[in-house]
Design a protein around this ligand. Sequence first.
Ligand code: NAD
Length: 696
Amino acid sequence: MKTAAEHDPAWVLREVLGPVVVLRLARPPVNALSPALAQALAQALRELADRQDCQAIVVAAQGRCFSAGADIHAFGHAAGDPHELPGQIETCPKPVVAALHGDTLGAGLELGLACRARVAREDTRLGLPEITLGLIPGAGGTQRLPRLIGADAARALMLSGQFLHAREALAVGLVDEVTPGDPVDVACALALRLAAGSWSRARPRGLPLGESLPVPKGRLPQPAAQVLEACLAAALERPLAEGLALEALGFAQCLHAPESRALRHAFAAERRSRQVPDLPAGLRPRTLERATVVGAGTMGHGIAICLAAAGIQVDLVDPDAAARGRALLAIENHHAQQLRRGRLQAQEASARTARVQAHAQLSCAADADLVVEAVYESMALKCALFEALDRVCRPGALLATNTSTLDVDRIAAATQRPEDVLGLHFFSPAPAMRLLEVVRGARTSPQALFDGLALARRLGKIPVVARVAPGFIGNRMVGPYGRQAERLLLEGATPQQVDRALVAFGFPMGPHSVGDLVGLDVGVRAAAEGGARGDPRDGAIARRLVALGRLGQKTGAGLYRYEAGSREPLADPQVEAIIREEARQLGVRRREIDEQEIVQRCLLALINEGAALLGEGVAARASDIDTVWIHGYGFPRWKGGPLHHADALGLTQVMEGLARCSRMSPHDAALWEPAPLLGELSRSGRSFADWDAQRA
Ligand code: NAD
């Protein structure tokens, strides 16, 4: 019974449904609550407050969701008073009811919290994820949520940053009604009952959130977590106005804190990495419905799992029958485990398992839209394989190599169609790791690159584009980082000292524990394949340990020793003796080394290499390098990635650090030579962020 509809040019649509007026946010796609949108809604509410013919108001939204939250670009800029709109809703003389659908997050949910009641469509997801950006809800959420659902549930929701589905939100008292249909209809009826004084909230408030939302056990962003606790305490003990004032102060404190800057940088960096500025507009993705994965080892079977999860039919090729058997079993086990953990339904688990077929021969690749090669890391083997693929595959198939270090251009040159060849560097374990380095060869066509990026998206991965260079982005930086970790051993530190220092910095594991996990033989073999004959100190300890059969966790001993069945690295006096002996033979003087030096040397090496490859154009942006290290190598997200960390330290400091390292170890002066780009930025008083901004 629509009586009138008028378009408000100021982004809020108004519909008059008898005595109820519906105000609809109309800033698709996600109705980000910018200051302008908030003002438009506030203006519309003011106009309705005194109108005799309006008895109640429903706030709803157009598009795919109610509101995904504040406009992240507006953070840190003068944005008006964020409490104004919720306060106005709360004190409006007419009852205001929220009609929610889709994502209702952050400031979007805070708007809803200020309403007298909330109706949600079944697909609604509600949450206050500010903590993941090192922030707290800043538009009254910390005060209104605990008042509505109780302190424990509010704490769990805000500290975890996780989302509730409509039905869970109903159970906890966050919404008052859930409907499969149009929430606006239900909200209008409820609003009229409120206006007539014939509705009150029946359900007990503050039902426990249960197991579904445990407060995270790991490290929480600071000072946000602490500020949040103080706000929660105020919500229980103080009047609303005082709590809101505390929230405003706390929000400002978090906004300017280094951790929030780093987390917001990481968030924006992840979204930016998918954009490749020089791709022509109007490309359409090619069909990728059938894939061949060549090599059924660790990576091959993991990649098969990823493809099958995206609905792609997979032929997994390996001449080794035992490898094929192991891979099929691992794939089945993976899906069984997902089923046990409640992440997959039984039907979907078996459909995914059935999507992967194993073969001994490459001939099945004739039907493939996509080939991903994951055989041993050998140039000769990969070139022979791509020659074969060129003969077998139909024109238009996308050909990808999962090489970690080898020259993709040489591999592409083994075919007559280098334009269809690219690198898709998955990380291990492939189903769990979200990073995908998409390697753009010199002759990779824009279409092939576009298809690689589209595939990454379909697989739920975070793609970062790299140019061809040894080790691309991530593994190239591992080189100097690992080299310092090793030099430190020769010079007097123990593996556990080095690992402890870098774990204290924020890495989940230190480089030596990682070495043992990956296998020391992998690095030794890669160095041999690279044919590099560098400094005799490089790789000396690993070569010696590998020669003794100490490959790492898989042999029960590497740089550490392991008790049977345990992955806990234990100090091993034998290793310390080996290191001392190596140092003696190499003529390295040993001394006491402290934690600060360990962190400084490893990080400076990392930053300098990042700057070098950025300057060479291997990565297009500093923020891409940060994304690679956060998602592929465990760099602490709350430090924003190596180059954001460098910016936070100040590039002058970084240059001074490099100079100090060079003075301390004149033998290694070449290693500490600042990358040209680093020198240039530091001299001109710019940061990596400035460099990115100038190229955007
Ligand atoms: P893996 O040793 O586990 O498996 C390699 C498989 O390739 C074996 O099953 C072998 O039988 C098979 N194979 C050998 N020749 C073949 C051929 N001609 N045709 C078909 N199959 C053949 O190795 P992996 O760790 O899975 O590594 C595979 C590739 O992925 C390498 O290029 C490696 O650098 C890269 N990679 C590895 C990791 C990692 O962490 N393991 C990470 C990223 C990339």
